[in-house]
Every structure is written in C-alpha cells, then in structure tokens.
Design a protein around this ligand. Structure first.
Ligand SMILES: C[S@@+](CC[C@H](N)C(=O)[O-])C[C@H]1O[C@@H](n2cnc3c(N)ncnc32)[C@H](O)[C@@H]1O
Length: 223
C-alpha cells in the first residue's frame, strides 16, 4: 500500500512531530548534536537564548553548563516537550519571523539550530537576534545545508502510515551570510560538516549522503 503524503504546514507539523521527534533517527540532528553546542561553548552564569529550541535537547546542555537557558519556539507541542526535558528553562512561544518578545542587549550567547530552512523573513530574524545579544555576544547559527535543501530534500517524518513533509525555503549560504552581515554581525566564519562513516554506522540510511555536506554552522558575534 502506498503512503499518503500530507503537508500540514510548519507549525502544525512540528506540533504533530513533537512527541516522537527525539526518537526519529535523523543524520542532520545527529551531526548538529556533535558540533553545535561545542561551537557555542556555554559558560556558567551566562544568559543563553536557544531560538527555535524544539524539544529542548540543546537547552538541556546549556542549562547543564550552568548558564541561564531561555528557549523560544512557535510550536506549543515542542515547548511542552522542552518544558518536560528542562524544567528550569524559561520558555516562550514566539515566531522567529517577527519581532522577538525579549529585552534588548541582554544575551551573552545565542544558538539557532536547524530552524533556518523554515524561516521566511531572514532580515527580521537576523536583526532581531542581533538586537537581543549584548555587545560582544556570540551567535551560533546551524542550518540544514543549503546544498541539500535546494536539491529538494525537506524535513519529514512518518506517523500512522502518513508521510508528513514540512518544506524547506531555498536559502543559499550567501543569503545567510549576507543577511547576517546586513544585520551587523561580524567575525563570520562558515563551516560545512559532511556525513562520515561514524554517522552511517549510527544511521545506515544516511549512506546516501556519505561525503556530502549536511550541516552548515556559522559562528558570528555582535561587535
Ligand atoms: C528541526 S526542529 C529543531 C529544534 C531544535 N533547535 C533542535 O536542534 O533540536 C525546528 C524547530 O524550529 C521551530 N520553528 C520553525 N519555524 C519557526 C518559526 N518561524 N518561529 C519559531 N519556531 C520555529 C519548530 O517548531 C521546531 O521546533
């Protein structure tokens, strides 16, 4: 029997996915877990924002480092999972395509992991993230690699024999870097991370991406 395909929209899709998200084998998420928090290097006493925090896996690492962890997401399903995973985190519902409901110039560091292919207003997103960081604040921006996203691959999951597809905006690496530069971010350094044998041993179907870049991480700072 062939699978039915549905496109529930991004927010509804993540609401549906939230209860099983952390159990879905996903090479992109596995690569992000290997590198994103290491790039961020959260420290005790810092205020750190996770923009698009999902189920709270990165928030937990931020809190474990002794930092004050704040998470935003527009999916209530994801926020409920994050609340359960990191009971001490401060969480709020917000759309990252709009003005953020946060005080300006207060965060020491900011992480945005695996959200960007869903963003439709990069200029607002980068100017708002810039505004809530303090001077000298660090920004780690991790993205589904544009090379793969622009080839038509998109976030998807299966539930009860239905395949849900969540779409991917066709942003390029230059789109990201140029909009970050326009917003005022400096010290931009972009790195691609490729799928390797270790990842394929963990998630065998990822072999189709072996040797290809699946994750882009940009390190930046507010001067
Ligand atoms: C692939 S998940 C990644 C979650 C988390 N950062 C992680 O690394 O596990 C993408 C998350 O971005 C959120 N998201 C997507 N578009 C958003 C938007 N416009 N505003 C706020 N959150 C958004 C989704 O609800 C979802 O939780």
């Amino acid at each position: 029997m062939s699978k039915r395909v549905e496109r529930p929209g991004v927010r509804n899709g993540y609401d549906l996915w939230a209860p099983s998200y952390d159990r879905t084998p996903n090479p992109l998420v596995a690569l992000d877990r290997r590198y994103a928090i290491a790039h961020l290097g959260p420290r005790a006493g810092e205020r750190v924002l996770d923009a698009g925090c999902g189920t709270g896996i990165n928030l937990r690492s931020i809190a474990t480092a002794g930092a004050v962890a704040v998470g935003l997401d527009f999916s209530m399903g994801m926020l409920r999972a994050a609340q359960h995973a990191v009971p001490g985190a401060m969480l709020a519902q917000a759309d990252l395509n709009s003005e953020l409901p946060l005080e300006r110039s207060v965060f020491d560091a900011l992480l945005c992991s695996l959200v960007s292919e869903h963003l439709t207003n990069l200029s607002t997103f980068f100017s708002e993230t810039f505004a809530v960081l303090r001077r000298g604040g660090r920004f780690v921006f991790s993205a589904f690699h544009p090379e793969i996203a622009r080839a038509g691959v998109e976030a998807n999951f299966e539930q009860n024999s239905v395949e849900y597809r969540l779409g991917a905006e066709p942003h390029s690496t230059d789109d990201y870097l140029n909009r970050m530069d326009d917003a005022g971010f400096r010290c931009l350094r972009a790195r691609d991370y490729v799928v390797d044998d270790v990842l394929v041993a963990e998630i065998p179907w990822a072999v189709k991406y072996l040797g290809r870049p699946l994750l882009l991480i940009v390190d930046a700072a507010r001067p």
